[in-house]
Design a protein around this ligand. Structure first.
Ligand code: CTP
Ligand code: MG
Length: 401
């Protein structure tokens, strides 16, 4: 209580009982101090508690672990540190709640009692319980519908089936008007399973609100496993290698071929009957070759000579389709997807306008990515302007993933 600006006095207190030994969990330390991940059961429970509406927090810990509980408060309370405290618990849960109640400040009106063992309880459950108390209800219990069929048994024989319809599973935080809980505790002679049962035995109506699947109580080793699986990512995801961040790369490619080849003209993946052929090792398709270079450059895979040079006789006379499919496969094997390619051809013949879209369709189909084709002339200048040959310029964009 040393802050210069004291926090306002809370209207509500949350008593977090964490003084049990965890017999059924079967570990040598008290259950609240068992790790779920790198944090303990109590640490997780307090994260929920301090994210709940503003309240005094009293942690009830085993005598020998009061200091550890204080450390957990330091790590989770944030700005609420000065309205949180720790007291030592008792032999039974009821005795522990009593000890916690004794530490609740006199002006507090509502008290919530919460099991630290329900470590993953969402703050929304606290919100619902407190809202009911503020609306005038004296005792509020979060419940979940029961999904299993219930049987009454004696020794190991079933003697009756219970109607599931009228049955609900009780959770915590259970909320009470402070005077009701206090009086019921003072009067209690028998040990009750929970605070709602004790208050009901004192003659009060207990009202229900929706609980939450995540408010389950860690009781057995299987429960602890469940908690672990809920707060750590799924095992297969965790085991998968981290993907590199998505990235993109561009590449540029150009090609030039002279007219003067044998047979028909092949350009931009199309055969052009009646046009003079281009000269080259393959079919001289400068458009296709520029695309190949652009994609290979973007993928960092060298250039057309590396993969399709004259030392590869299988490509002699090959058309665009062969080059582009192979190029796409190389880029894919290197981990890239071709986003798109833009290619421009400079030539005075053939005239592209009428077959531009056809060329785009053919090239795109072969490459497995969008290829846009444009054509231009050079106002009579240079080797393309004089009709000696064609030039093509391509840009490719590749992305990883
Ligand atoms: N609790 C407590 N003091 C006790 C017994 C229980 O504060 N003497 C608390 C536990 O720490 C737990 C909650 O009450 O947060 C619910 O009890 P339970 O799940 O039964 O915990 P344990 O009693 O610790 O476990 P077990 O019954 O298996 O020994
Ligand atoms: Mg117990």
């Amino acid at each position: 209580m040393s802050s210069a600006v004291p926090l306002p006095r809370p209207r509500t207190a949350i008593v977090v009982v964490a003084a049990g030994s965890g017999t059924r969990l079967g570990v040598p330390r008290p259950k609240a101090f068992v790790g779920i991940d790198e944090h303990t059961v109590l640490h997780h429970a307090l994260q929920g508690v301090f994210a709940a509406p503003y309240a005094q927090v009293v942690v009830v810990a085993p005598e020998a672990h009061v200091g550890d509980a204080l450390t957990e408060i330091e790590e989770t309370a944030g700005g609420r540190r000065e309205i949180a405290s720790v007291v030592a618990g008792g032999r039974t849960r009821q005795a522990s709640v009593s000890a916690g109640l004794a530490a609740v400040w006199p002006d507090v009106e509502f008290v919530l009692v919460h099991d630290a063992a329900r470590a993953l309880t969402p703050p929304a459950v606290f919100v619902r319980v407190i809202a009911e108390l503020e609306s005038g209800r004296g005792a509020v219990l979060p419940v979940l519908p029961v999904v299993d069929t219930l049987k009454r048994i004696e020794a190991d024989a079933v003697i009756d089936a219970l109607d599931r319809d009228g049955v609900a599973a009780a959770q915590t935080p259970q909320g009470f008007r402070r005077d009701i809980l206090q009086t019921a505790y003072t009067a209690a002679s028998a040990d009750h399973t929970d605070d709602a049962a004790l208050v009901q035995a004192a003659g009060h109506t207990v009202w229900t609100v929706a609980g939450d699947e995540r408010a389950f109580k860690i009781t057995t080793p299987a429960d602890l496993e469940r908690a672990r699986s809920l707060i750590t990512p799924d095992a297969p995801e965790a085991a998968a290698p981290a993907l590199p961040p998505p990235s993109s790369r561009v590449g540029i490619g150009t090609d030039v071929h002279a007219f003067g080849g044998e047979g028909a003209l092949w350009l931009a993946g199309l055969e052009w009957p009646g046009e003079p052929a281009l000269h080259g090792h393959s079919d001289g398709d400068a458009v296709a070759h520029a695309i190949v270079d652009a994609v290979l450059a973007a993928a960092g895979l060298g250039d057309i000579g590396t993969h399709f040079g004259t030392d590869h006789p299988e490509y002699a006379g090959a058309h665009a389709d062969v080059f582009l499919r192979r190029t796409a496969a190389l880029a894919g094997a290197a981990g890239y997807t071709i986003a798109n390619v833009s290619v421009q051809v400079q030539t005075i013949r053939p005239r592209f306008a009428a077959r531009r879209q056809e060329a785009e369709a053919v090239l795109s189909a072969s490459l497995g990515a969008a290829v846009s084709v444009s054509a231009t002339t050079t106002d009579g200048l240079g080797f393309t302007g004089s009709g000696e040959g064609v030039a093509a310029y391509a840009v490719a964009l590749l992305v990883t993933r």
